[in-house]
Design a protein around this ligand. Structure first.
Ligand code: SUG
Length: 446
């Protein structure tokens, strides 16, 4: 059956800032305290969605979460009016407020793991929102992410939603950033690839940075999505990659169709990992194409600084594969040279488009972080609720909306400002109207 892979991009929220909250994510750590430009960030994201539509692809959108998240501050004992809660918490616990102010929900590759209906036992599209257990500012995303996924993908005839993987210890699940798929075409049966950092119960002695994805979390998702074991592969991300700053697997590899583009040092036990992918693909009569980028040409450091692998590898309507990369990968001599040689070489990748996503990149979020891949048949697309699918006219409306509501300069030390909270709510209230999503936010529900 025909299906489209639709990228649901996270719209950047009005509090986008550089709070340095993600240890293990070098860009987030290095840019701590710098002034951000939320307006430029959201406009860059909208421009990205426009580019995808101009290429003839369908494009989806997920709304930002409300931030500062007052319900979280209430759970920490603060009470009174929302403005007084914010003021008191900012005075007593500024780090807590900063964690509830992050716009990190823009990186929807971490919103959840989605299995297309062609791969699942009951023939529905299955969703598990990520628990994002390893970072507090991200763990508070799960509840609202579940709500917005259940709102847009509401129809139970087509969509099944599961409880997020339980949190605790190292039981992290970071969603589609650690998940890939091989398939001859999007609508055909595929092989699902889960890349984990370690077992939740293994120690991390000597590790520089923590592994965020637990093997047991990935296994849980495969089970609850009803994936067949023959067509599911679990492989381990290389410790060297995590320690170099690849906190998610989509920083060192990406799949599309029959192609896996990956860094030579992306996987632990690489030979066995590739073999297990090849074997699973053989069961759907697919020969995977492994495009390896040698460390001698692009070091892990270059890969992580430029986000070469955090590109979207997409198939255009004419069948050509294209890489959607951040400009940073063009500015880095090693990665640009590799892209040029790849396009001239003998792989299915025929074109590269470089996008300015600097605002997101400074927090460690490239093109692929900003999108959640959902493969949907025509009937499943018809069942979507709200304005989940983008149009050029909606891009125009969102640009005007952003121009009106977003600041162009924001420092982390301004996050306790009650007027920022008010501005953000005004913007989001208008947004739910534009996206026809009803009263989605807690502040709208009272
Ligand atoms: O979880 N950065 C995000 C970046 C997520 C990138 N996603 C993928 N690779 N798919 C993270 O580390 C920084 C936020 C801050 O510091 O305020 C942050 O959360």
């Amino acid at each position: 059956m025909h299906a489209d892979e639709i990228n649901f991009d996270g719209l950047v929220g009005p509090t986008h800032n550089y709070g340095g909250l993600s240890i293990g994510n070098l860009a987030s750590m290095q840019n701590y305290g710098a002034a951000s430009n939320p307006k430029a960030a959201v406009l860059q994201g909208i421009q990205k969605m426009r580019t995808m539509m101009d290429l003839g692809l369908k494009q989806g959108i997920l709304p930002p979460h409300e931030r500062v998240h007052i319900p979280t501050l209430k759970r920490f004992g603060y009470s009174g009016s929302d403005a007084s809660i914010l003021e008191a918490a900012w005075k007593a616990a500024p780090s807590l407020v900063m964690n509830t102010a992050s716009a990190s929900n823009m990186w929807t590759a971490n919103a959840g793991t989605i299995s297309p209906s062609a791969d699942t036992e009951d023939g529905r599209v299955h969703f598990t929102a990520a628990n994002l257990a390893s970072k507090f500012h991200r763990a508070i995303e799960t509840k609202f992410t579940s709500r917005s996924l259940k709102t847009i993908f509401q129809d139970e005839t087509f969509f099944a939603h599961h409880t997020p993987v339980p949190k605790g210890g190292g039981m992290g699940d970071e969603g589609a950033a650690n998940h890939g798929r091989f398939a001859p075409e999007h609508g055909a049966k595929g092989v699902q690839l889960f890349v984990y950092g370690k077992s939740a119960f293994a120690s991390e002695d000597g590790a520089r940075f923590e592994a965020r994805q637990a093997l047991e979390a990935s296994q849980t998702i495969a089970l609850q999505h009803g994936l067949s074991t023959d067509h599911t592969v679990f492989i381990q991300q290389a410790r060297a990659a995590i320690d170099a700053g690849a906190f998610h697997n989509d920083v060192v590899s990406v799949t599309n169709g029959s192609v896996l583009l990956y860094h030579e040092q992306a996987f632990e036990h690489k030979k066995e990992a590739l073999e297990s992918m090849r074997n699973a693909c053989a069961k759907i009569e697919l020969t995977p194409i492994f495009v390896e980028v040698p460390a001698a040409q692009v070091s892990l450091e270059d890969a992580i600084q430029s986000y070469l692998f955090n590109s979207q590898l997409i198939t255009l309507p004419n069948g050509d594969m294209t890489l959607i990369l951040p400009k940073d990968a063009e500015e880095n001599d090693h990665t640009r040279t590799w892209v040029e040689s790849c396009l001239a070489g003998n792989t299915p990748i025929k074109k590269a488009i470089f996008l300015d996503l600097k605002q997101s990149m400074r927090n460690g979020g490239g093109p692929a972080c900003l999108r959640l891949r959902v493969t949907l048949t025509e009937a499943e697309q018809t069942a979507l609720k709200g304005r989940g699918l983008m149009t050029p006219a909606l891009c125009d409306d969102l640009e005007k909306w952003a121009e009106k509501h977003y600041r162009d300069n924001l420092k982390p030390n301004e996050l306790g400002d009650p007027s920022l909270l008010q501005e953000s709510r005004t913007a989001l209230d208008e947004l739910t109207g534009l996206l026809n999503l009803g009263s989605l936010y807690d502040f709208q529900r009272g």
